[in-house]
Design a protein around this ligand. Structure first.
Ligand code: CS2
Length: 487
């Protein structure tokens, strides 16, 4: 079968872009060209190009992996996006990506400095930025930040590249680009700005002042459940395009992108793809992080440790499904009112999305990077629940499940990788301590900057976490889930 190298080679049922890609120049550099970007922002940009044109094609940057860059470049950026819903499957070929830079910091810097680039978008995951999540600013201990501090003229980390590119643009009298974070971090624009300005301040205070006044860092909330590509994705893509496509992605039909409308250097008409432009993203972000991502993390740890491979399997288990519903209901009581959104309906739609029988989303994938995810998904809302004297139930249960997961062995004694940037620290903290709830909780509570002391030291919280973890350790995860669901 021939490779997907041009739109003319497509012979299957996949829908083709409604524009001629070669007629459009680029305007965006995207850092982190993984499956999520290809299922979300790149598709919205494709819709924007079809609806309103403009020079907004994307140069993608793969910060580490060569594989996806090679696959996309061999296909001139083209790939198949497969949407799998309970009612059926749809597929389209996306043409908004022009080319991809593979793990090449010098080439990335050059792209970031190109005058036609007006927006830099990012999906580098929570751990990829190198931000101090408690105080704001750069995390000087993050490997990429410390490497960039050691060689400021040849940065390779996200913050270093952005600062260096902005410095060069300023020096050559070019307008800066706007910087749009699309990761699941609270207040992602403001947080990223604090990291970029903070690093610039170390290198050149004049530059830091310039960034503060000249560069826009709009916040955004992104949502689309996108599992990792599998061989099934690739064979389905081959069927609908008649071509070999090594960069295909699959995703759910649902899509949401809420963006703070602050783009002094212009932007694509992303509303054509359904994006919602608002003044304040925070309530949307809070809703999604607390309800979708919070229950995702809870069900990922409990599901993984009770042998449920996929999210849809979790939802088939009545006890787990009940816990998910309870978590969503409790979370909803903590959120501000958002006009036009009924949180009860939102909760029901999340359950339906989690149940999607056509999506194989692994609990293991969501369980990764817990130390980066739980603060905004679980600990922050739990603190709010404590302050308001509301039930803590599933928040404490989710935390106990993460702690159980941090041990790195399931109830059958099978080891697994906990896949967390703080894995080494966690393993050291848990080494040579008694296998009992109190000791494990004390060791994990002591991880710097993770669980807020106002939470970990509150008696209502610590009792609830301890009881839940104790049950997981003595009775096993399946019985602990059944007990919790009966409560
Ligand atoms: C998930 C998210 O892996 C995870 O941590 O909770 O990737 C989730 O699927 C997306 O945020 C959905 O928009």
């Amino acid at each position: 079968m021939k490779r997907l190298t041009s739109l003319n080679s497509v012979t299957g049922a996949a829908q083709l872009p409604g524009y001629d890609p070669d007629a459009h120049g680029r305007g965006i550099v995207h850092l982190g060209i993984g499956a999520f970007h290809r299922a979300h922002q790149a598709m919205m940009t494709d819709d924007a190009l079809a609806a309103s044109g403009g020079d907004w094609r994307i140069t993608g940057v793969s910060l580490r992996s060569l594989e996806i860059a090679e696959a996309l470049n061999a296909q001139h950026g083209l790939y198949t996006l497969i949407e799998r819903g309970a009612q059926g499957t749809r597929a389209r070929v996306i043409a908004s990506i022009r080319d991809v830079i593979a793990a090449d910091p010098a080439a990335t810097l050059a792209a970031l400095c190109a005058p036609e680039i007006r927006i830099v978008t990012l999906t580098v995951t929570e751990k990829g930025y190198g931000l101090d999540r408690i105080k704001g600013g750069p995390d000087l201990n993050h490997p990429a930040v410390s490497a960039d501090l050691a060689s400021p003229n040849a940065p390779s980390g996200v913050l270093g590249l952005l600062v260096r590119a902005l410095a060069q643009r300023r020096q050559s009298g070019q307008a800066p680009f706007s910087v749009l974070s699309c990761d699941n971090l609270p207040d992602n624009g403001r947080l990223l700005r604090s990291g970029v300005v903070g690093l610039a301040r170390i290198w050149d205070p004049g530059l830091a002042d310039w960034i503060e006044t000249e560069v826009a860092f709009p916040s955004s909330m992104v949502d689309r459940i996108t599992p990792a590509t599998t061989s099934q994705t690739l064979s389905d893509a081959a069927r609908v395009t008649g071509c070999t496509d090594l960069a295909a992605v699959e995703t759910e039909p649902f899509l949401q992108w809420v963006i703070e409308d602050r783009f002094p250097t212009g932007r694509p008409a992303w509303e054509a793809g359904g994006a919602l432009f608002v003044k304040d993203v925070a309530p949307y972000e809070q809703m999604k992080l607390t309800m979708l991502n919070g229950s995702h993390s809870m069900l990922a740890y409990a599901g993984f440790l009770s042998g449920r491979r996929y999210v849809r399997d979790v939802m088939e288990d009545p006890a787990l499904a009940r816990l998910v519903r309870r978590h969503l209901e409790t979370a909803a009581t903590l959120l501000p009112v958002l006009s036009g959104i009924n949180l009860h309906d939102y909760a029901r739609s999340l359950e339906a999305r989690f149940r999607n029988p056509a999506i194989a989303h692994e609990t293991r994938q969501i369980a990764m990077d817990g130390t980066q995810k739980l603060p905004q998904r679980i600990f922050k809302p739990a603190l709010l629940a404590l302050e308001r004297n509301l039930p803590l139930n599933t928040f404490a249960f989710a935390t106990a499940a993460w702690m159980r997961y941090a041990i790195g062995r399931d109830d059958n004694g099978e080891p697994y990788a906990i896949s967390d940037p703080r894995e080494a620290e966690i393993t050291t903290a848990l080494r040579n301590i008694p296998y009992e709830a109190q000791a494990i909780i004390a060791a994990l509570n002591a991880l710097q900057g993770l669980i807020p002391p106002a939470l970990s030291q509150h008696p209502r919280w610590s009792t609830a976490v301890e009881r839940a973890l104790e049950r997981m350790l003595t009775d096993g995860m399946i019985r602990a889930i059944a007990y919790e669901a009966e409560k």
